[in-house]
Ligand binder design. Structure first.
Ligand code: HEM
Ligand code: HEM
Length: 420
């Protein structure tokens, strides 16, 4: 055991660098959740049958007849949700402490790949119960792909194995879910860990630089153990009190209302209700991905890492941008829903302009005004400016997702959560 820990960690680390608010233990939690997913996934595989005729019944059997079957399924469900949330929070912690630069550039990129793998692990798993929820969520989720110009439709057919979600889709998803993706995840997590070691361990904060070194056993390992216990306990509490959803068996002839994409794509689905698909499902997500991958390679002026939010000015700009982004996203949704829909207002104009370029230009005008009226006067450095753009994207995405998940009811109308 000692050796395993000493392979993962250096023998000694800075004493104050062990403080919880340096990493919040999020990377370690993500790793533990991957292990939990693999173990519970293998257990589920003993009973699960990947065919449209049998999949649903095999879940019912698992639920009703197998000892701890329901609990295992619930653990797999909740730790899949937590894994995505925690990997996202880990990304935020890495970004806001500036730990994505210099020696850590490549590991940031591999982190992004890990995040994509986790999204697809969740997405492929979603279809497996083959109930109405799964069938229609994957139908909507895969249909987003067809909005990609030129090869989008081909990609969708390749993934679903036909015009619509069918037995072939289930087989493909099952293979990806239980073999290809876990294999890739495992390899990349190991590589990710190795890169952390190669960079000399996690980023040391400025104020910790001269701290005394302490042995990792017991100091760090003891803390990791507590974090792991709390995490496992939380997953178990959720798995005990909240069952993984299971609706009626999938019926391709009868769609759910509302038909929602899985929750992590709810943000894109919400965006699709306000912008032309070319922008909502292609240009904007692509732009965000390119921006995230590009961040580490920008030429920054100074060190600007090893502090939360870079500086006092950085912190101030983060707070105000978060409020601005939340405000403008909510205002935009309400404005488009209840006041002016340019597509209806200008029926003769191509939708790409009325529902794409026009709202996008309006949004950009607001952003430019925010920049000129406030941000410009703070004289931010390049890293602080990148941070402002990052916060805008993250907050807008979170607000869009929350609206999509909790405030869209029948016919995708805006509805209060308790009325859905
Ligand atoms: C399965 C998913 C992931 C696992 C298991 C994982 C695990 C870890 C662990 C254990 C650490 C060191 C301690 C810590 O920061 O908690 C770490 C650091 C790091 N992770 Fe991840 N990570 C994952 C996803 C990501 C993602 C989504 C990103 C960002 C795009 C990312 C980027 C980084 C970077 C740049 C570091 C170095 C940070 C530093 O040196 O302070 N990781 N990761
Ligand atoms: C990061 C890794 C993984 C994630 C995020 C994940 C996520 C999911 C999700 C969200 C579901 C749908 C469950 C539900 O909510 O109804 C699911 C189902 C399933 N997963 Fe995974 N999974 C992972 C790894 C694995 C592995 C490694 C295996 C097997 C080797 C596996 C086997 C299964 C099986 C058999 C089901 C169908 C049973 C059910 O739906 O309850 N999973 N997974």
């Amino acid at each position: 055991m000692r050796n395993i820990f000493l392979h993962l960690h250096p023998a000694k680390v800075n004493g104050t660098a062990l403080r919880f608010n340096r990493t919040f233990g999020l990377g370690g939690m993500a790793a533990l959740l991957v292990v939990i997913q693999i173990i519970t996934g293998i257990l589920l595989r003993f009973y699960y049958v990947p065919s449209p005729a049998e999949a649903y019944n095999s879940i019912l059997f698992l639920k009703n007849e197998v000892l701890f079957g329901q609990l295992t399924r619930n653990i797999h469900h909740w730790s899949g949700v937590f894994l995505l949330l925690i990997a996202f929070l880990h990304l935020l912690r890495v970004f806001f402490t500036g730990a994505y630069r210099n020696k850590r550039k490549i590991n940031w990129l591999f982190g992004l790949i890990l995040l994509v793998l986790i999204v697809f692990s969740n997405f492929t798993g979603y279809l497996l119960p083959w109930d109405q929820l799964a069938y229609w969520a994957i139908t909507v989720g895969t249909s987003i792909l067809s909005y990609i110009p030129l090869f989008g439709d081909g990609l969708r057919v390749l993934i679903t194995g036909g015009k619509e979600v069918n037995g072939g889709t289930l087989q493909t998803f099952y293979t990806f879910h239980t073999a290809v993706l876990p294999f890739l995840l495992l390899i990349l997590v190991i590589y990710h860990f190795w890169r952390v070691r190669k960079a000399g361990g996690v980023l040391i904060f400025d104020e910790d630089e001269n701290a005394e070194k302490v042995p990792v056993i017991p100091n760090l390992v003891y803390r990791e153990f507590i974090v792991a216990l709390v995490l496992v306990a939380t997953v178990l509490v959720f798995a005990t009190f909240f069952n993984a959803p299971l609706h009626e068996k999938a019926n391709p002839a009868f769609s759910m209302n509302p038909t929602k994409a899985p929750w992590y794509f709810a943000g894109i689905q919400e965006l699709l209700m306000h912008f032309h698909p070319f922008f909502a499902a292609f240009i904007i997500p692509l732009g965000v991905m390119v921006f995230l991958a590009w961040i580490p390679f920008l030429d920054y002026d100074g060190k600007e890492m090893g502090n939360w939010f870079i500086s006092e000015k950085g912190r101030r700009s983060v707070k105000s941008t978060a409020m601005f982004a939340a405000g403008i996203t909510i205002a935009g949704i309400l404005f488009n829903q209840y006041l002016i829909n340019f597509e209806i207002l200008m029926p003769k104009m191509p939708a790409l302009i009325s529902n794409g370029i026009i709202p996008l230009v309006i949004l950009m005008l607001f952003m430019a005004a925010y920049y000129w009226l406030y941000i410009k006067h703070l004289s931010l450095t390049k890293a602080e400016l990148v941070q402002v753009i990052f916060v805008f994207i993250v907050v807008a995405f979170v607000v869009l997702s929350l609206v999509g998940i909790f405030f869209r009811g029948k016919d995708m109308e805006l509805t209060m959560p308790w009325e859905i």
